[in-house]
Every structure is written in C-alpha cells, then in structure tokens.
Ligand binder design. Structure first.
Ligand code: PLP
Length: 390
C-alpha cells in the first residue's frame, strides 16, 4: 500500500529524463511533451543555460532567509516590474500563495479605506488555487466541496459579463477588487474579451477598486506577450505569477502597482522560502532565455500553427466544438467528456491534458519548434478522430 496521500489520480508512468520538448519514461519510452508539467517547464527539459545557472548557484548558496538582502530577488523584482509596467513584487513559492498575497493585499487596501468587510468580485469557472482563501475564490464547486466553511468576502459573477460586475457595484459597497484570469486555464481555456478587460479597468478606476490578474498559468510569455493582460493594453493593480516563472523551480510572485503598492510593511506578510537564491536565479535565467531566443514570438507563431493545423486536420469532424486559445495555451473543446484521451495520448507517446471535462488542453514548452508543432498536430488529430469515431 502506498504511503502517499491519495490527492492525485496518478497515471501509471514515471519519467527519468527529458531533453527540450521530449521526455523519456523509466521504461525508455519517449514522449512529446505538450503539457510542460501544466505550464511549468517554460524552457522545456534539461535546458543547458538553466541547468548551468542552477548548478552554479547551488555551488554558492541556495537560501539565506528574507531577513537578509537577496540581490537576485531584487534584480528579479526590477525585471518583472519593468516587464509588467508595475511597481513592486512579493515573492513566495506557488500560485495559491501568490493569490493569497493578492487577496490579503486587497483586504488590507479595503481596511485602509475604512471598509471593514472587504469583498472581492471573482469569476465563474475561475481557478485560483487550493488554500482556503483561494479555493473560496475558485469558481468550481468540486474544489470547494467538503471544505466549508468557505472564506467569506467573495462575490461571483459570470465571466465576460461587465453588466453583472456593474450590477454588483450598485448594491455592494464593500467591494474592493475584481480578480480574474485573462485566460482561464483549469476552467477550459476561456479568454476574457478585450472589451471586458478594458471595461473592468475603467470600472475599477471609477470605483477605486483594485484590478487583480491571476497570471499564474497565462503569464510568462505563454500567450505571446509577457502577461496576458498586455494583449488588451491594460495594466492591473495587482498581478500574480508562478507556474512557468522559474521553468520548474518552485516560485510565486505577487506584483503591485499604483494604489496597491507600498501598502505592506514589515510584519504584514512573509514567506520563509519565498524568492531564495536558487529560485530567483532560475527565474532570472528563464527571463534571459525567453528574451534571448525570442520565445514569445515563438509562442505566437507555433501556437498559431498548431491551432490552424488542428483546425485543418479536424475540419468537418463531428464532435469537435471549438479550437481556441492564444499562443501556446490551446484548448480543443469536444461535445463529450474526453478524459480518456490522456491515457490514449500516453500510448501514442504524447503528453496532453483534459480540463473542464470536455476540453483537451495543450501547454507546450515555449521552446516548442515548428516540427514539434506538426508532430503534435499529427498525433493529436489522429487521437481525437479515433476517439470521436468510437
Ligand atoms: C495552477 C494555478 C493556480 C495555483 O497554483 P499552485 O502553484 O498550484 O498553488 C492558481 N491560479 C491559476 C490560474 C492556476 O492555473
């Protein structure tokens, strides 16, 4: 009997080593990785620049504590603030922690304005994590069931419905923030309309609310811009990052700007591991390689190629509802639950994911080449055709 807590329905495969977009299991079978450990392995596997940077840092110092200065953390904060057009950064270790920091920041902001019971507007089908506050913010009953009482102070609205947000503003005077994913990942690869994003930005300005973008999955160049919100030309007050930020080394970040910056003082928030030398070196190197190798442009080009390739290969196939996404964040919605495609993918040497029951989700590493894109389209379109024909 396993001594692992049964929190994951694990697939019967373990990997021994990877190279770029390819990974080999302990039996020697090779797979094309179109998932990146769920948007984590930004630079693919065994990237020589990242491996060298991590090894060199490990040979110097891994961790000291945030009670001392950490130069790499200061540099990373500078880089992220510049890329996002924001002011300051708090570092932690994961997406849910980054969102916890954002939620605490919004509440703190509210209290400073004299709002004793601050509320945050959140979206249907959102995913923000599995800590108590972030699962309460998540718009999926399955994530919440059994863990009540939920954390109070969240008001839910349909995604892409600005009128619903305005309606909340009219009767609820405790609102301090709106929180959303620009592209919902777990919710099925749903994109916020640019008009909705700009409308939210204007409404938040008008009402004095914070706009919080959870960029944990869609950030770090995945959609072709550093951050998902940059497509619509908006800048949020708070943004969170994690997953792909250090290409596999655990790290999370909460960015703040304008009225959300400068609020936390020593003692208001913290993290033992957050932003240590190892993690911030890995993140700085990830940023360097994304820039050096034009990986955002690659995400745009290869992402388009994959979507167009799938659209052509699946044209006229009954049961394919939609092919959508931005950059290398792609969803293929079918008309029926299709979780079984994940194991069929393993058999075919392909790592993919299914989310929201009916959506095949692709999150390849940003180093994915055009050839790998063609290979993915070939393998996946056969899998989907066979599945739908059965
Ligand atoms: C994965 C994810 C989280 C949670 O991140 P963890 O590192 O698992 O805590 C939060 N928000 C979004 C959008 C995510 O995709």
């Amino acid at each position: 009997m396993s001594h692992l807590m049964n929190t994951y329905a694990r697939l019967p495969v373990a990997f021994s080593h990877g190279d770029g977009s390819w990974i080999t299991d302990t039996e020697g079978k090779c797979y094309l990785d179109a998932l990146s450990g769920i948007a984590v392995s930004t630079l693919g596997h065994n990237h020589p620049t990242l491996v060298a940077a991590i090894a060199a840092q490990a040979a110097r110092v891994l961790h000291t504590s945030n009670i001392y200065r950490i130069p790499q953390q200061e540099q990373l904060a500078d880089r992220l603030a510049t890329l996002a057009g924001m002011d300051e950064v708090f570092f932690c270790n994961s997406g849910c922690e980054a969102n916890e920091a954002a939620i605490k920041l919004a509440r703190f902001y509210g209290h400073q304005k004299g709002i004793d019971n601050p509320a945050i507007i959140v979206m249907e089908r959102a995913f923000h994590g599995r800590t108590l506050a972030t699962l309460s913010a998540t718009g999926n009953r399955k994530t919440q069931a059994g863990f009540e009482p939920l954390v109070a102070g969240f008001v839910r609205v349909p995604y892409n419905d600005l009128a619903a947000v305005r309606a909340v503003a009219e009767h609820n005077h405790n609102v301090v923030a709106v929180m959303l994913e620009i592209v919902q990942g777990e919710g099925g690869v749903n994109t916020a309309d640019p008009a909705f994003q700009r409308g939210l930005r204007a409404l938040c300005d008008e009402q004095g609310w914070l706009l919080i973008c959870d960029e944990v999955q869609c950030g770090m160049g995945r959609t072709g811009t550093w951050f998902g919100f940059q497509h619509a030309g908006i800048v949020p007050d708070v943004a969170t990052l994690a997953k792909g930020l250090a290409s596999g080394v655990p790290i999370g970040a909460c960015l703040a700007a304008g009225k959300a910056a400068g609020l936390f003082k020593p003692g208001n928030h913290g993290s033992t591991f957050g932003g240590n030398q190892l993690a911030t070196t890995a993140a700085l190197t990830t940023l360097d390689v994304i820039e050096r190798d034009n990986l955002r442009a690659n995400a745009v080009a290869v992402g388009r190629q994959i979507r167009e390739g799938l659209a052509a290969a699946l044209a006229g196939v009954a049961g394919v509802v939609d092919i959508r996404g931005q950059g290398l964040m792609i969803g293929i919605e079918l008309d029926r639950p299709c979780g079984e495609l994940v194991t069929r993918g393993l058999d075919a040497g392909l790592l993919i994911n299914v989310t929201a029951e009916k959506v095949v989700r692709l999150l390849p590493p940003l180093v994915f080449t055009a050839d790998e894109g063609r290979e993915l389209v070939t393998r996946l379109s056969i899998l989907i055709r066979d599945f739908l024909a059965a």
